[in-house]
Design a protein around this ligand. Structure first.
Ligand SMILES: [Zn+2]
Length: 134
């Protein structure tokens, strides 16, 4: 999982770090699916990006991506999701029938840290993705 805080990254101070590609189909780095800065010592990804120019990537564009989480959701989990998504804190309503988080459209919603967190925490959730073809 990519780093998202000072403390997470600070754990790797003094470690060996390398920039590597994943899913590379030819000699060109541009033919890779993903590029990542990895800590070799811990075999952990510190920072990674998907290659949005991959030739076999679907031509559709994202219009909307919403993560819906069903209760029970603890306030701390709600706050963590807001933090991972990078949205402004809102009032937490523990009586809400479900919680909706609009995900940023700059990265693949399936690999969003918020979705990974919902999986990790075993929160009942759905990811709704609306795409369009330009
Ligand atoms: Zn490390």
């Amino acid at each position: 999982m990519a780093m998202s805080s000072f403390n997470e990254l600070a754990e790797h101070v003094g470690h060996d770090v390398a920039v590597v590609t994943y899913g590379q189909r030819g000699p060109e780095v541009a033919a890779a699916d993903n590029v990542a800065v990895e800590c070799v010592t811990c075999a952990a990804v510190l920072l990674g990006f998907d290659n949005t120019d991959t030739p076999d990537a679907p031509p559709c564009k994202l219009a909307e991506a919403t993560l819906s989480v069903q209760p029970p959701l603890a306030e701390a989990q709600f706050r963590r999701l807001e933090e991972l998504i990078g949205r402004q804190p809102e009032g937490f309503k523990d009586w809400a029938p479900s919680f909706h988080f609009a995900l940023p459209l700059t990265t693949d919603p399936n690999s969003s840290p918020a979705v990974a967190y919902a999986r990790e925490q075993a929160l009942p959730h759905q990811l709704e993705i609306v795409s369009y073809w330009p």
